[in-house]
Ligand binder design. Structure first.
Ligand SMILES: [Cu+2]
Length: 450
């Protein structure tokens, strides 16, 4: 049986649960499942109020059904396999076939009913982070309601009182379940489509894992020493680009469910935070930024007008977070002459290559032999060579003439003639050098001070 058949076959087993019995609906909505790691652009809604769907990087949005005036979703918590990048698969826990789980999208003022089926080997719950709802729907296992036992289905039902950028995650055995990848985005669109409209609306969650090279399952007791820094459980070079038509108004929504902060830096633009998980930021309270620090357990959405064509890097500014697993715990050899050592090692291991004596950029180009199920620490090729990046990195691709709804990769940007850095081969101006350990007051300063 494939996963879809499994889900369909098991849909009836939870009918007896107490929460279920309280509703007057006799059948569960279909539990849609998806195991493709490609970005799936949701269609415009075919029923209910209209909105411009978000595009979840390397993810998808959960289908729903209308039951009277209630929008019904069916989340299934279950073990999943996630291709983090070509050559690297992780055995995680997630929702409906994926980690991160599918994005839930609905509209301010709607009432949602979310069936949550637990197919994990232990109990779980779902907390709706940032949403205003009745205490008993808040999803803290043991506090808001009993945790959902394995094999059971619970129902969460509440009104969406405000629009904005939210997320969901378990509030039961949280350390394990979040370290295993259980999380998803919850986007509530404004009831008034003319409020804060954008042409492109991207969303992703920051998730960190500790997966030793050669293994498949994250260490769940880790607090600080993670080695896989992901967006929606994907790592560069296989995080999809953010494809944008020149002139579009663009929103990027990002939530942090790792154990550390992430300064997300985007090149080529300045922009403003317009929304947090607390709500929309009034215009008078915004300021320009080029990096946005996203604290643990928080969300930020920023916006810009895509007027500058090009390929613009977007990444976490912590350099260890743009590296994959092999890059951690490396000794520093910069400046060390390893020629003698190399000779000795080569007697034992033919073809041994000394690395890192002039920095580590050589690791971006080399295809060293790796354990199974891991990819190089810094990798990814651009039009001019290796990018020497991994983890939390992607590219915002702004191009002229991209059709609405088209998110396919347009390839690399060709810099117009005369707009690209070039090699200088002529006479060099004199190099100014400062060899003094003392503060040197510039002449102008000196004069001003009299
Ligand atoms: Cu980071």
């Amino acid at each position: 049986m494939n996963r879809r058949q499994l889900l369909a076959g098991g849909a009836g087993l939870a009918m007896a649960s107490a929460a279920q019995a309280q509703t007057r609906f006799r059948d569960l909505p279909e539990a849609a499942s998806n195991d493709s790691p490609n970005t799936q652009v949701p269609p415009r809604p075919s029923n209910g109020p209209d909105y411009n769907p978000v595009v979840t990087l390397n993810g998808w949005s959960l289908p729903w059904r209308m039951n009277g005036n209630v929008k019904e979703f069916h989340l299934v918590a279950e073990p999943v396999e996630r291709i983090m990048a070509n050559g690297m698969m992780a055995r995680l826990w997630g929702y409906n076939g994926q980690s991160t789980g599918p994005t839930i999208e609905a509209v301010e003022g709607e009432r949602v009913r979310i069936y949550v089926t637990n197919r994990l080997p232990e109990h779980t719950s779902v907390h709706w982070h940032g949403l205003i709802l009745p205490s008993g729907m808040d999803g803290v296992g043991g506090l808001s309601h009993p945790a959902i036992p394995p094999g059971k289905t619970f129902v969460y039902e509440f009104d969406l009182t405000k629009s904005g950028t939210f997320m969901y995650h378990p509030h039961a055995d949280e350390m394990v379940q979040m370290a295993m990848g259980m999380m998803g985005l919850f986007i509530v669109h404004p009831r008034d489509p003319s409020f804060m409209p954008v042409d492109r609306d991207f969303a992703f969650l920051l998730a960190a894992y500790d997966i030793d090279p050669g293994t498949y399952i994250p260490r769940v007791a880790e607090m600080t020493n993670f080695n896989m820094w992901t967006w929606n459980s994907r790592i560069f070079p296989d995080i999809d680009p953010l494809v944008v038509n020149k002139g579009d108004r663009v929103r990027v929504r990002c939530g942090n469910l790792t154990m550390t902060n992430h300064p997300i830096h985007m090149h080529g633009y300045d922009f403003e935070v317009t929304c947090t998980d607390g709500g929309w930021v009034p215009e008078s309270a915004r300021w320009p930024e080029v990096s946005i620090d996203i604290p643990v357990g928080a969300m930020r959405a920023y916006e810009f007008d895509a007027i500058h064509e090009g390929d613009w890097a977007i990444h976490c500014h912590k350099s260890h977070h743009t590296m994959n697993a092999m890059g951690h715990d490396l000794p520093t050899f910069i400046g060390a002459d390893k020629r003698k050592l190399t000779g000795m090692i080569r007697k034992e291991t033919r073809g041994y290559m000394p690395m890192g004596t002039a920095g580590m950029a050589d690791m971006g180009e080399m295809s060293m032999e790796l354990p199974e199920n891991t990819i190089p620490m810094m990798t990814g090729w651009g039009p001019y060579g290796p990018l020497e990046m991994g983890g939390m990195f992607s590219v915002v691709k702004v191009r002229e003439g991209i059709a609405p709804g088209d998110y396919s990769d347009p390839g690399w940007y060709e810099n117009p003639p005369g707009t690209e850095a070039w090699e200088w081969t002529g006479e060099l101006p004199e190099e100014a050098r400062n060899t003094s350990p003392d503060t040197i007051i510039s002449p102008r300063d000196h004069v001003r001070r009299g």
